[in-house]
Design a protein around this ligand. Structure first.
Ligand SMILES: Nc1ncnc2c1ncn2[C@@H]1O[C@H](COP(=O)(O)OP(=O)(O)OP(=O)(O)O)[C@@H](O)[C@H]1O
Ligand SMILES: N[C@@H](Cc1ccc(O)cc1)C(=O)O
Length: 504
């Protein structure tokens, strides 16, 4: 903890207008710390452009030969496409600067978005730099990729709230994981792990339409823009597409150009639905800056799909949110603990940083007789919860899991009840409706079961629990010592169905 606090004190957090930058104090280049401010962001002085190009494409570090981050991503099932295969070799000899953008269209990121954070973290682990970009400007336009309908416009308050929410999630995860590296918990990471959170509204608010059309628009071919998947699909639909959403790809394209020129960022990553937007950026860089050879790269990863083939997303029902205020670490943990056997190995490769050898070994174990069910799921749930919610979140999840396990030895106390309260249905009853009342009656009045006959049947089958202890006697009545700290008790029907009864 002390080391974590010391590392945290080495960070500088400052906010500028609506955005927050987060810069760990590390030995990385000053250029990334302090973006060059251009009065007119479209024009970039030649001197700065040259140094950005050098910075972006030739930051050689001959002393250090790394594993290729591209090969690692491919091995783990995290690579869909790259704009040039040269990225493989360049990534072993140069320090790359990779960014992934997230539009603040919800208050939190979700499991699908986690892939972008994980890929950024792989770049860090291989010695590269990571930048998370909040799309404060692009969210005002709305990305048509993968959407069959025009996105609803977001008002300024919602945008601000969402921006704060997702900035918090990203900084928390990347910060926690950078610190754990600095402490040496992970061999792949070292004190030069580095990340920045930026907001594209900071440059878009300065861009003037006429400058943009003159300097950038001229290089964007309408035919190419129309050929993008996101546009083709929408044009075939009844609703068609607004000019505003049609321009989205150019906005994201310009972001890459801007980040390349001003920050030396030379890789953009995203889910496979982002291919059209990412290549809009590499094309603009190629056409406007006319560099010699490959200097800016795009890399996409496959979309994480549910077993029914639909994408994990914020718009879908029951999103797996990364913010603990929208989904508790306990529920988050439980989600991964319940992943079907058919998915667990794929998820371990994609969503954790465990060595491939361990994952392959777990896969073999699953097929051996005597395998303890859910061993792989437990490892997955632990690792993903640790990455997203840190040690405290994982402990909270494990404690709640244990407390809610029927037959668990854990003594239930008031604090444990508080920890699980959000995740378990509850009811409030007056003390005379509980004390001295038969357990069978209470099972019905608390809403745990529908009928007394059902409660009796369950009790006979050994499935009725009071404070995690199985009850065998049909005549059991609630006594004062059954009420934890004089305030609550927990009733369970089988493994999953539970009710907290609060005494008013
Ligand atoms: N299921 C997913 N698997 C992998 N990547 C995803 C998934 N969902 C979103 N992403 C990626 O996360 C980044 C941000 O995407 P975006 O903000 O559009 O999320 P979204 O949930 O798809 O939004 P919406 O539901 O509003 O379409 C993009 O790089 C996108 O490809
Ligand atoms: N278009 C991305 C977000 C993004 C925004 C700006 C960028 O420069 C890059 C990515 C998405 O949907 O979610």
């Amino acid at each position: 903890m002390a080391a974590a606090a010391a590392a945290a004190s080495r960070t500088l957090l400052y906010s500028s207008h609506s955005k927050i930058f987060f810069f760990p104090f590390t030995n990385c280049s000053r250029k990334l710390h302090r973006p060059i401010i251009n009065k007119n962001p479209i024009f970039v002085p030649l001197r700065c452009l040259q140094s950005a190009q050098q910075n972006a494409s030739t930051t050689h570090d001959p002393m250090r030969s790394r594993s290729s981050v591209v090969d690692i991503l491919e091995e783990r099932g995290l690579l869909e496409s790259i704009t040039s295969d040269n990225l493989r070799s360049i990534s072993t000899t140069s320090t790359l600067k990779a960014y992934c953008g997230f539009d603040p269209t919800a208050e939190s990121l979700h499991l699908g978005n986690l892939l972008g954070i994980i890929v950024l973290s792989w770049f860090q682990r291989c010695g590269h730099k990571a930048v998370a970009l909040i799309g404060g400007a692009t969210a005002r336009i709305g990305d048509p990729s993968g959407k069959s309908l025009e996105r609803p416009e977001l008002d300024a308050d919602t945008l601000e709230k969402n921006t704060q929410g997702i900035t918090k999630v990203i900084t928390r995860i990347l910060h926690m994981n950078s610190i754990s590296n600095v402490n040496g918990n992970d061999n792949h990471l070292n004190s030069s792990s580095f990340f920045v959170v930026m907001n594209n509204y900071d440059w878009w608010k300065e861009v003037r339409l006429l400058d943009f059309l003159k300097q950038v628009g001229r290089f964007a071919r309408v035919g190419t823009m129309m050929g993008k998947e996101s546009v083709k699909k929408r044009l075939e639909s009844d609703q068609g597409m607004s000019y505003t959403e049609f321009t989205y790809q150019l906005l994201q394209g310009y972001d890459f150009l801007h980040l390349y020129q001003n920050e030396g960022i030379n890789v953009q990553i995203g889910g496979s639905d982002q291919w059209g937007n990412i290549t809009a950026g590499t094309e603009l860089i190629r056409k406007i800056l006319q560099p010699d050879g490959d200097v800016a790269f795009g890399l996409t990863f496959p979309l994480l799909l549910k077993s029914d083939g639909t994408k994990f997303g914020k718009s879908e029902d029951g999103a797996i949110w990364l913010s603990p205020s929208l989904l508790s670490p306990y529920k988050f943990y439980q989600y991964f603990f319940s992943v079907p056997d058919a998915d667990v190995i794929r998820f371990l490769k994609i969503l954790t940083f465990l060595d491939m050898e361990e994952i392959v070994e777990l896969e073999k174990e699953m097929n051996r007789p005597g395998y303890t069910p859910n061993t792989a799921q437990r490892r997955l749930a632990e690792q993903v919860t640790l990455f997203v919610h840190g040690e405290d979140g994982l402990n909270e999840a494990l404690k709640a899991t244990e407390a809610l396990r029927p037959g668990a030895e854990t003594k239930l106390d008031w604090k444990t009840f508080e920890g699980i309260a959000e995740d378990v249905p509850s009811c409030s009853l007056a003390s005379d409706q509980v004390l001295n009342v038969s357990l069978i009656d209470l099972s019905v009045s608390s809403g745990l079961l529908d009928s007394k006959s059902g409660a009796r049947r369950l009790l006979k089958q050994g499935g009725l629990y009071l404070n995690n202890s199985r009850v065998d006697s049909e005549t059991k009545r609630i006594e004062p010592q059954d009420i934890v700290d004089g305030k609550v008790l927990l009733l369970s029907a089988g493994k999953k169905n539970k009710v907290i009864v609060r005494i008013t």
